[in-house]
Design a binder for this molecule. Structure first.
Ligand SMILES: [Zn+2]
Length: 370
């Protein structure tokens, strides 16, 4: 499925809109979460320092291997224990399994995100700034850390968590119109509820509508995308084609990262089917593959763990970028595209239709350069 076919499918456009709604929400939470994570950390520091009087961990406390079990707590030194107990005291799921090994206890007094990570799902040990955390991690932080109850009821966040799971696990990257409306309503509701504390959220609903409009207006050919790709994006506002391409890249990366994370967490139920569905999607959407090459390499390794699972899209695109570039240059493809774009912009359309047709029939691998 070339881009023109992908966008003819309403279910795919809806899937993209759902993903983008979550992305717009996440982007607008950045300053708020930075500030409130810092405020929460400072509150704990002040309280704990009345006991510790500035003492620091000398035992180099760390929790590398940890199996989360209800009511189980890590054994730590006398300096780290007050931190552990305060973190637990502010946890909404005190009785449940907690992923203490997401963080390094000796860093709790100095690093706010090391404390915040205890309120997140597993898999964030190597992450240490806002940009590293996906929407699921940030929503979990706001659900599990009682500090955020000052700003919003947990039910609003839980609803958006349902949206995230539904969008991420959609096997065929497709969402019905009814489901999308419900998803976007939940995202907007969270935005409205938090808006008094997060002014950036005042533009959330508008951004969701704008993206929806652009997505539905997507031309049914890939030529607009091809054209926009030839101009330096730093010199002008992004074109609709670039906005869409960026959204597709983000949505696909999130999806593959989610599969990788669940595999690494040992959550393998249904994963084989999701990988197969993703493979089918990529085989017909090869123009997206270059955006997710690092993730595809990991996906290939994961596929090897499942018996009789052949991931064709990954195998077919194992060629390196340099090899493909050399091939494209040798065949004169890049020059052809550039020439077609220039002539189109200059209004010299004679014979252009046939040339575009020839380019669109190029070998699949060379299409990566579009
Ligand atoms: Zn310690």
């Amino acid at each position: 499925m070339r881009i023109m076919n992908r966008f003819a499918d309403e279910g795919y456009r809806n899937w993209l809109k759902g993903n983008e709604g979550l992305r717009e929400l996440r982007a607008r939470l950045s300053s708020f979460l930075e500030n409130e994570t810092r405020n929460f950390h400072e509150c704990l520091s002040v309280k704990i320092n009345t006991v510790l009087h500035g003492k620091t961990c000398k035992a180099n406390c760390d929790i590398k291997s940890w199996i989360p079990k209800p009511k189980k707590l890590p054994a730590l030194c006398k300096v780290c224990v007050p931190w552990r107990d305060e973190i637990l005291d502010n946890h909404s799921a005190k009785g449940g399994p907690i992923h203490w090994n997401n963080s390094v206890p000796r860093l709790w007094p100095t690093e706010k995100w090391e404390v915040a990570k205890v309120y997140m799902p597993r898999g964030h040990r190597s992450h240490n700034s806002f940009k590293d955390f996906d929407i699921a991690a940030l929503l979990n932080l706001m659900i599990c850390c009682n500090h955020f109850r000052t700003f919003i009821e947990a039910q609003y966040i839980l609803k958006v968590m349902e949206v995230r799971n539904s969008v991420m696990h959609s096997p065929d990257n497709s969402i019905s119109k009814e489901d999308l409306e419900e998803h976007l309503r939940k995202i907007r509701n969270l935005g409205q509820a938090l808006e008094p504390y997060v002014p950036e959220l005042s533009t959330l609903s508008e951004a969701i509508d704008e993206f929806s409009e652009i997505t539905d207006m997507q031309p049914r050919t890939s030529f607009a995308i091809l054209q926009s790709a030839r101009v330096d994006s730093r010199q002008r506002p992004r074109t609709d084609g670039e906005i869409i391409r960026d959204a597709e890249k983000w949505a696909l990366t999130e999806k593959i990262e989610s599969i990788i994370q669940r595999f690494e967490d040992g959550q393998r139920a249904g994963l084989k089917e999701e990988i197969l569905a993703l493979d089918k999607f990529l085989l017909t959407s090869h123009d997206l593959i270059r955006h997710v090459r690092p993730q595809l390499k990991k996906l290939s390794d994961i596929a090897a763990h499942f018996e009789n699972l052949y991931v064709e899209s990954v195998t077919r695109h194992r060629q390196t970028y340099d090899e493909l570039l050399e091939e494209a240059e040798t065949s004169g493809l890049l020059e052809k595209i550039s020439s077609v774009c220039q002539r189109f912009e200059a209004g010299q359309w004679t014979g252009l239709k046939k040339e575009i047709k020839d380019i669109l029939w190029m070998p699949m691998e060379l299409a990566l350069f579009l």
